[in-house]
Ligand binder design. Structure first.
Ligand code: TXA
Ligand code: MG
Length: 323
């Protein structure tokens, strides 16, 4: 795996301490990081992303022993999930400690916390020895970055240092579980599914759809999010084939992410979708970027099955294809 040298890590820590931004790999997607205790540094994240100031950030921690610095209350369920799934692709929403900068939490009384498992993220966090606030390293509303090159494409010179840790292994953003209001609720599905969370907690875990009121603001919960610039359609395979045939007749370039090999259509830019859900998630955002780059008239994506292992992928595809 690609790994930054010790000197580069030291430079990253120096930049973070000076209130500058550093992009770094996590196992889910790349993050655009800043010192979570420094409000001026946090504001730079919002400026770089073009993100509304009331959208809260996730604070990344070196390990679970840092929880009490950032959370006012760490319920037993949080300890259980942290023990079981950290380091890993799980974010816990807890009541925030009183001195957390309001820039981090978008003015809310809760905070998102996670310990990522990527070795470069862990090395950076250990060397920094504090919380690093980091949203996904993409401009607001766009697809998350899963390689260092994606981050540079998004931000160019605006981000001085991008630590390169290769392609992200999970490929989609962390599962977010809200533990701040009694019963656990998944606010954003991810690689760690509700069944695994329920099994660890010994209690059912609700999803967003079952809670209709009092849902905190989650930009990932906006209907349109994680979108390529090209319009995207999510279609069952027979409908996809039919649309592709129609479009082939117009000789317009069409992007396709679907299972199996490309049929004999010269105007299709076809990327074969992995059949396994984990491999699919790992490939998804890079594939959408590659398709977007050829400026097709539309990107057609074969709809994955409506089963638990595809739930997080389906969630992202639905948002990306929302008009
Ligand atoms: O995998 C990930 O979670 C990546 C990597 C970099 O860690 N980060 C990420 O950050 O996806 P971002 O900012 O793109 O998405 C974070 C989500 C947002 O939807 C935000 O609203 C939600 O977490 N969030 C953060 N704090 C929250 C809070 N206190 N209450 C509710 N939602 C919160
Ligand atoms: Mg994001």
């Amino acid at each position: 795996m690609t790994a930054p040298h010790g000197a580069e890590l030291a430079q990253a820590v120096t930049l973070l301490r000076a209130g500058e931004l550093v992009a770094f790999p996590t196992e889910t997607v790349y993050g655009l990081g800043a010192d979570a205790a420094n409000p001026a540094a946090i504001r730079k994240i919002f400026d770089a992303k073009g993100r509304p100031a009331d959208h809260p950030l996730i604070v990344h921690l070196p390990d679970a022993s840092h929880l009490d610095r950032w959370a006012a209350e760490v319920p037993a369920q949080a300890r259980v999930l942290a023990d079981r799934f950290w380091p890993g692709p799980l974010t816990l929403i807890l009541r925030r400690a009183p001195d957390v900068p309001r820039e981090v939490t978008g003015g809310q009384d809760t905070i998102g916390l996670r310990v990522p498992s990527h070795p470069v993220a862990l090395a950076l966090l250990a060397a920094f020895d504090g919380g690093i606030a980091a949203p996904s390293a993409n401009r607001f509303g766009r697809i998350s970055a899963t390689t260092a090159a994606h981050v540079r494409d998004e931000f160019g010179e605006a981000v001085s240092l991008v630590l390169d840790g290769g392609s992200c292994d999970v490929g989609i953003e962390s599962t977010i579980v809200d533990l701040s209001r009694g019963t656990p609720v998944v606010l954003r599905p991810g690689a760690i599914g509700r069944p695994e969370l329920a099994e660890a907690l010994g209690t059912p875990v609700a999803g967003m759809k079952t809670t209709t009121t009092d849902v905190p603001r989650v930009p990932g919960a906006l209907e349109s999010h994680y979108a390529p610039s090209t319009p995207m359609r999510l279609l069952a395979r027979d409908l996809l084939d039919a649309q592709l045939a129609d479009l082939a007749a117009t000789s317009a370039v069409v992007g396709v992410f679907a299972h199996g090999p490309c049929p004999d259509i010269a105007t299709a830019m076809w990327i074969e979708a992995p059949d396994d859900a984990r491999a699919y998630a790992r490939r998804l955002y890079a594939a959408l970027r590659e398709l977007d780059a050829v400026r097709p008239v539309v990107i057609l994506v074969e709809r994955p099955p409506d089963t638990p292992e595809w739930a997080a992928i389906l969630d992202r595809l639905q948002r990306a294809s929302h008009p």
